[in-house]
Design a protein around this ligand. Structure first.
Ligand code: HAM
Length: 409
C-alpha cells in the first residue's frame, strides 16, 4: 500500500528532539513561574472573528495564513495563528479585570499559519509566550523583555540580537501613516507592487519589504519613533532606562514594524544570527487597545511569543543528562517475572530502569543495554544474579533481587 505522509509544513517530534523540547519547557516554566506568571491555556480553535477583529484584517496572518473552515453547525472556526487575541478574549470572558492587576500569564502550545514551509517556518509550530495584562507600567515591558532574554540565555541560544522601538498610540500611528503614505506616493514608481497595493490600507508594512527599490525609498522616509507624543516618548525612555540598568544590549530600530495590528508603544523582536532567512526567535510588545477591542474595559497590556522550534534550532540544548539508568537482562524466559518486578521496584524508587522486551539472546541484551546508554546491567542467571558495570565491564554477584535493589538504590 502507499505510504501516507504528514501534511506539508508539519513535523513529527522524535524522542531526542522531544527531550530537548521538554528541557526548554522546563526552563520556560522555571523562569516564568518565578516571575509570577501563571500557566494558561486557550482552545486550539476559536471563532474566526476573534482574529479578524483582534489581529487585523489587513495583516498577512488574517489575509493569507489562517486555517479557517465552517464546522458542522455552520460556524466559522479558525485554528489559532497566535495567542494574544485568545488570551485577551479569555481575560474578558472570565472577568479577569476584577482580579488584582496586572494579571500575568504564560502559555506553550501549537499554532497554525498557512505559510510557505522552509527551515524554521512551518504550518504547525509551537510558541511559548507570556502576557501581562492590566497595567501600563514600563517595568512590565522591561520585565517581559528580560524574561525572554533569560529563557534564551538558559537555553544557550546562539547569536541573539534584540531590536526595540515604540509605535506610540494608534492615533499617532494614523497621523504618521498619512505622512508616510505621502512620502511613498511621491516615489511610487520605485516601490514593489505589493507595497504599492497596500499603500492605502497599511503603508507601515513597507518597512517589512526586502524589495531594493522600496528600501531605497524608505531610507529618507520619516520615522514613527521621531513622531511620538511626549507621554509615549517618556514611557519608551523609562523602558530603556530599566533595560540599560539590567545591562541588556539592544538596538533601537525605528524601522521595526510587527506583522500584527494590535501593537501600541513598545515593540521588540529577538533574532538569532544562526537562523538564516527565518531569523526571528520571538517578538512582542504593548497592545493597550486590544482588550477593549474585544469587548472588555480599557486595559493596557504587554507580552511576547517565541518560536519553540526556532529556539531549539539556534540553541545548544541537548537531551538532558541522565544521572543513571539500569537495564535488566535475563538468561532464560523463566527469569523474566523476577526481572520485571525488580524494574518496577527500581522505577518506584525513582531510578530509570528497563528490561529486555524483544526476545534477544543474553549477548544481544548486553549490546542493547549499551545502545540505550545503561550504566548498569542486572543479569538474572539460573545460578543467581550478577551486577555489571557497563563502563568498566566489572561484574559482582548479588544474592537476591532484594539485595540488588539495596545495592542499586
Ligand atoms: P509573532 O511575531 O507573529 O508574534 O510570532 C512570534 C514567534 O513565533 C516568531 O518570532 C517565530 O519565532 C514564531 N513563528 C511565527 N510563525 C511561525 C512559523 N510559521 N513557523 C515557525 N515559527 C513561527 C505573535 O504571535 C504575537 N502573538 C506575540 C505577542 C504576544 N505579542 C504580544 N504578546
Amino acid at each position: 500500500m502507499d505510504k501516507i505522509q504528514a501534511p506539508r509544513g508539519t513535523f513529527d517530534v522524535l524522542p531526542d528532539d522531544g527531550r530537548a523540547r521538554l528541557g526548554l519547557l522546563r526552563i520556560c516554566e522555571e523562569t516564568l513561574e518565578r516571575a509570577g506568571y501563571g500557566p494558561f491555556d486557550t482552545p486550539i480553535f476559536e471563532a474566526t472573528e476573534l482574529f479578524e477583529r483582534g489581529v487585523g484584517e489587513t495583516t498577512d496572518v488574517v489575509e493569507k495564513e489562517m486555517f479557517t473552515f465552517d464546522d458542522q453547525g455552520g460556524r466559522s472556526i479558525t485554528l489559532r495563528p497566535e495567542g494574544t487575541a485568545p488570551v485577551c478574549r479569555a481575560y474578558v470572558e472570565h472577568g479577569m479585570h476584577k482580579q488584582p492587576q496586572p494579571v500575568k500569564l504564560w502559555y506553550w502550545g501549537p499554532f497554525f499559519r498557512y505559510e510557505a514551509p522552509q527551515a524554521g517556518r512551518y504550518r504547525q509550530f509551537t510558541q511559548v509566550g507570556l502576557e501581562a495584562i492590566g497595567s501600563d507600567d514600563p517595568s512590565l515591558d522591561a520585565e517581559s523583555i528580560l524574561l525572554l532574554t533569560d529563557v534564551l540565555r538558559r537555553a544557550h541560544t546562539r547569536g541573539v540580537r534584540v531590536r526595540l522601538s515604540s509605535l506610540g498610540t494608534a492615533e499617532t500611528r494614523r497621523t504618521y501613516s498619512d505622512e508616510l503614505r505621502e512620502h511613498l506616493l511621491a516615489h511610487q514608481n520605485d516601490l514593489s507592487d505589493d507595497v504599492r497595493n497596500r499603500l492605502d490600507r497599511n503603508p507601515l508594512r513597507a518597512f517589512d519589504s526586502d524589495h531594493p527599490g522600496t528600501q531605497a525609498v524608505l531610507t529618507d522616509a520619516p520615522r514613527l519613533i521621531d513622531r511620538l507624543a511626549p507621554e509615549d516618548a517618556e514611557h519608551f525612555a523609562d523602558v530603556r532606562a530599566l533595560l540599560d540598568e539590567a545591562n541588556l544590549e539592544y538596538e533601537v530600530d525605528g524601522t521595526l514594524v510587527r506583522g500584527l495590528d494590535y501593537y501600541t508603544r513598545t515593540v521588540f523582536e529577538f533574532e538569532s544570527t544562526e537562523l538564516g532567512a527565518q531569523s526571528a526567535l520571538g517578538g512582542g510588545g504593548r497592545y493597550d487597545g486590544l482588550v477593549e477591542m474585544l469587548g472588555g474595559p480599557p486595559t493596557p497590556a504587554v507580552g511576547w511569543a517565541a518560536g519553540v522550534e526556532r529556539i531549539l534550532l539556534a540553541s545548544e540544548l541537548g537531551p538532558e543528562e541522565r544521572s543513571r539508568s539500569i537495564f535488566v537482562a535475563y538468561d532464560a524466559r523463566g527469569l523474566f517475572r523476577d526481572g520485571f518486578s525488580l524494574v518496577q521496584a527500581l522505577r518506584a524508587r525513582g531510578v530509570p530502569a528497563n528490561i529486555e522486551q524483544a526476545g534477544r539472546s543474553l549477548k544481544g541484551q548486553l549490546k542493547h543495554a549499551d545502545r540505550l546508554g545503561a550504566d548498569t546491567v542486572v543479569i538474572f542467571l539460573d545460578e543467581g544474579l550478577e551486577i555489571r558495570d557497563m563502563k568498566t565491564g566489572e561484574q559482582r554477584p548479588a544474592a537476591s533481587a532484594e539485595e540488588a535493589l539495596k545495592l542499586l538504590t
